[in-house]
Unconditional design. Structure first.
Ligand code: FEO
Length: 396
């Protein structure tokens, strides 16, 4: 099944309604691997799909042109969700030349046996005439991998933006105006879980893209942006700028609810500050993807855990590891938690704050077995400090 996008440019990808995990990122809404076919004097396939779904891709192409008529396959990004179909694609499209940059060629050659592939290696800014239209290649390193690039078609004002502006969202709809709220919501989740570690490179990519005359942006995942392009570009610019909401994130795990009591007192303390808001997550009831998305616009975060065998509870470690890699814009923090005969959790969390350069607003808030009134008052006071910082940070 294919979908016309614009003037003989068609979507020929795969909608994966079963996808629930993308290398550790929970994807409850499924996903898509978008490939596009340009029919001009030359026939060009832009990006492939995951290897499992390559037969659908080939069927979709064959609805439009015989497979032997495809002249070029552009690979904008070597990650396996787009490239693992390439070995079959290059075998089944016997006359196709693979177009990519030198770094992408090196990566593809590490993953696959590329014997017999014919290559066209392009430089940043290089153009390729395909008839009535031109392909322009613009490198976008680290959005999402070092070899990533955009392919721009100036005559159509259309950009193939690969992972950028994507969403993991299975849908029968292909365009932004059809499911705008979901697309924007999932784009934020996608940004937080995939793109967030490299804000400087995102801003550089946005600056490059701002010089292109754009009407249509076709990412490698999710819907095509055409009616609401300014919204998604503005959102990317906001997310990459590190601007935060006046919000405190409170994350905790608990054995017997004492740490929950501290978390709720911290929450109340945040709300004592006019203008501050708080989000409270018991982490075993949430996904890592949801937690880091909530952190993507938070400047302040409290992390709490009961002490279990002299350290924090295991899911707290998982959250910290996930956050360490994705680097949400948090700057101020608080460790808290209960303990019994031996301490450990709040101390481990505090040591981790040092590693990720989150500055504690005060000493960890701790209690032995059950928080008494003094511990709850200390938690509330610490929450207030975090709330004040959150409001300050949102004004920066
Ligand atoms: Fe859609 Fe970075 O792969």
């Amino acid at each position: 099944m294919h979908t016309p996008i614009k003037n003989n440019i068609s979507w020929v990808g795969y909608v994966d309604w079963t996808l629930r995990d993308f290398h550790g990122y929970d994807t409850p809404r499924g996903g898509t691997y978008n490939s596009y076919l340009i029919q001009d004097e030359k026939i060009v396939l832009v990006d492939a799909v995951k290897g499992l779904y390559v037969s659908s891709l080939l069927e979709n192409i064959a609805e439009l042109v015989p497979l032997e008529k495809v002249d070029y396959v552009v690979c904008n990004h070597a990650e396996l969700d787009h490239s693992s179909g390439l070995p079959v694609v290059m075998r089944k499209l016997p006359n196709a030349v693979l177009v990519c940059n030198a770094r992408c060629q090196k990566t593809l050659s590490a993953y696959y046996d590329t014997t017999g592939w014919r290559w066209k290696i392009v430089e940043d800014g290089e153009k390729l005439e395909i008839g009535r239209r031109t392909l322009e290649f613009h490198f976008t390193p680290m959005v999402h991998w070092p070899e990533s690039m955009f392919t721009y078609v100036p005559e159509e004002k259309l950009l193939f933006s690969m992972d950028a502006f994507g969403q993991h969202l299975a849908s029968s709809e292909r365009f932004d105006e059809e499911i705008l709220d979901e697309a924007l919501r999932e784009a934020k989740t996608y940004y937080a879980n995939i793109v967030m570690p490299y804000p400087k490179q995102v801003l550089k990519t946005l600056e490059m893209a701002s010089k292109l005359d754009l009407e249509t942006v076709c990412p490698s995942h999710g819907v095509v942006w055409r009616k609401h392009l300014p919204e998604i570009v503005e959102a990317y610019s906001r997310w990459a700028s590190g601007r935060v909401e006046p919000k405190v994130l409170i994350l905790y795990d608990t054995m017997w609810e004492s740490t929950t009591m501290l978390a709720k007192a911290i929450y109340a303390g945040v709300l004592d500050v006019p203008g501050a808001t708080a989000q409270l997550f018991s982490i075993r009831t949430c996904t890592l993807a949801d937690l880091v998305t909530a952190a993507s616009d938070a400047g302040c975060c409290a992390i709490g855990s009961s002490t279990q065998n002299a350290v924090q509870m295991p899911m707290v470690s998982a959250v910290m590891t996930y956050f360490q890699g994705l680097k949400p814009p948090v700057k101020h923090a608080l460790a808290f938690g209960s303990y019994g005969w031996g301490r450990g959790a709040a101390e481990e969390i505090t040591a981790w704050f040092e590693r990720v350069k989150w500055e504690p607003v005060c000493e960890p808030v701790k209690c032995i077995y059950r928080p008494d009134d003094a511990a709850l008052a200390a938690a509330r006071a610490a929450g207030k400090l975090l709330g004040e910082k959150a409001v300050e940070m949102a004004k920066e």
